[in-house]
Ligand binder design. Structure first.
Ligand SMILES: [Zn+2]
Length: 468
């Protein structure tokens, strides 16, 4: 059976909170920034029980990744384990570590085992596969069911825990029927899983069981990415049929049936027919793009009209990441918070994490009359890398000026360090001028930041489709 898919879990956070807050401020979820109302009850539930404590900077940081020691701490609190700091069985978890008590208690409770080499690797980022193992052990899940994901086959080591978690209604995977076991987990996702493990009121619905027999037999033929805003989803295969929903650029759909130029699709709760012209292929390869939000930390980049470049481009980049991952492409971020990796350090982060291409995101500054988007690549000759850079720059820039409804300054050959001293196809894109009144008023809005994110993501999808 193909597990029904709801919306991607995004938004909120918590774990920053269990870290190091020596003063134990209890703040209710509703007064903390960055919590979508849809998750407020889960978060409040966790804060009320002090499983999450204090929000030192007033923000959930829901998209940050969770380390293995943070995960152990939260699960330890949820299970009421002894968190008193003490010696552990792991040489890499010292008594002084804030998580040592919970890690050792979790070992004793049979919830965690560590790695075969005897380490725990507390600072490593937890993957969704590891999370499945941890949560299914923590809540002693026993029941398995008829579960299948495209990317978790029955031979895989994570099949059993993923099945347990899905059967228990703690997860339902991502849109399109993927579990993404290698993907790192966000603080939001992890928190929701803990809340669902503790309280069945939060579990995801299992209503697909009630669907008609005909629909259950349909198999997914392909996954596609929507390439039109307000794309009509219709009851039947033709424009005379009633509109039952609308989709936006960058959303992904599962195709179940082909009828002429029409496709019967599902996207979240929306099911119906769309015209095939507006569906892009999802790249099939195991691609990984590096997204580099420019500047950060002590380097603010440009500032004008109340906007600071480092903040604008980080927001847009994190939004882009969601669209890109939805389209089935892996992402490595050179930064996810307000710090400054060196220019060569950014390239090193990309290559060490096996990225195959590199996109640096910036906003422009110049005289106030200058306006529009532009994208840079570097090419001294005609190497494959340089040609791929030109293609990537062109795909992104074409998307960008249309989505942003701005002037198109084109793609340009300029040897900026991150695009020149880079073994990967690399581009640097400028999403508008902070110094221009019209551009900056757009970049202040969530609507246009989403538009920029979508454009970058769709340009990247175009690029990988071209590669394939
Ligand atoms: Zn910049």
């Amino acid at each position: 059976m193909f597990k029904k898919v709801s919306s991607l879990i995004i938004g909120v956070c918590l774990l920053s909170v269990i870290l190091g807050s020596t003063y134990d401020i209890k703040v209710f979820a509703s007064s903390v920034e960055g919590i979508p109302t849809e998750y407020e009850s889960e978060i409040t539930y966790l804060t009320d029980q002090s499983i999450i404590k204090g929000f030192p900077d007033g923000n959930f940081h829901g998209k940050d990744e969770v380390t293995r020691e943070q995960a152990a701490t939260m699960v330890g609190r949820a299970l009421g384990l002894d968190g008193k700091e003490r010696d552990t069985k792991f040489p890499d978890v010292s008594e002084e570590s804030f998580a040592s008590g919970f890690i050792q208690s979790a070992v004793e409770a049979g919830v965690i085992k560590g790695y075969p080499d005897g380490t725990y690797q507390p600072k490593s980022i937890m993957t969704r596969g590891e999370m499945a193992y941890l949560i299914s052990n923590a809540f002693k899940l026993k029941e398995t069911g008829d579960v299948s994901y495209h990317d978790v086959d029955e031979e895989s080591a994570v099949y059993q825990p993923v099945n347990l978690l899905t059967t228990a209604g703690i997860t339902e995977g991502t849109p399109g029927g993927y579990f993404m076991p290698e993907k790192t987990i966000t603080r939001t996702e992890f928190s929701l899983f803990v809340a669902r493990g503790l309280n069945s009121d939060f579990k995801v619905s299992q209503e697909e069981e009630e669907e008609g027999p005909e629909e259950e037999k349909l198999e997914v033929l392909s996954e596609k990415v929507v390439d039109a805003d307000f794309l009509n989803v219709r009851q039947g295969p033709g424009t005379k049929h009633k509109v039952v929903g609308k989709l936006m650029t960058g959303e992904t759909v599962s195709v179940y049936k082909e009828e002429g130029d029409w496709r019967y699709i599902q996207a979240g709760n929306v099911k119906g027919y769309v015209h095939s012209y507006y569906l892009l292929d999802k790249p099939e390869g195991d691609w990984k793009i590096a997204i580099d939000p420019g500047h950060g930390g002590n380097d603010p980049g440009a500032s004008a009209n109340g906007l600071i470049e480092k903040n604008v481009v980080l927001d847009v980049s994190l939004k882009a990441r969601e669209y890109i991952e939805n389209a089935g492409v892996n992402v490595v971020m050179t930064r996810q918070t307000d710090w400054y990796p060196s220019l060569d350090g950014r390239v090193a982060i990309a290559t060490k994490n096996d990225a195959d291409a590199f996109v640096s995101v910036h906003a422009n500054a110049f005289v106030s009359s200058a306006t529009g988007v532009e994208t840079f690549y570097y090419a001294a000759g005609l190497s494959d890398r340089e040609y791929a850079s030109v293609k990537l720059a062109t795909f992104i820039n074409e998307r960008l000026y249309k989505e942003m409804d701005m002037g198109n300054r084109g793609v340009k050959n300029v040897g900026y360090r991150v695009v020149k001293h880079n073994p990967l196809p690399a581009v640097l894109t400028e999403i508008g001028f902070l110094t221009n009144d019209e551009d900056s008023s757009k970049l202040k809005t969530d609507k246009y930041r989403e538009a920029a994110a979508r454009a970058i993501a769709m340009g990247i999808v175009d690029y990988y489709n071209w590669k394939e």
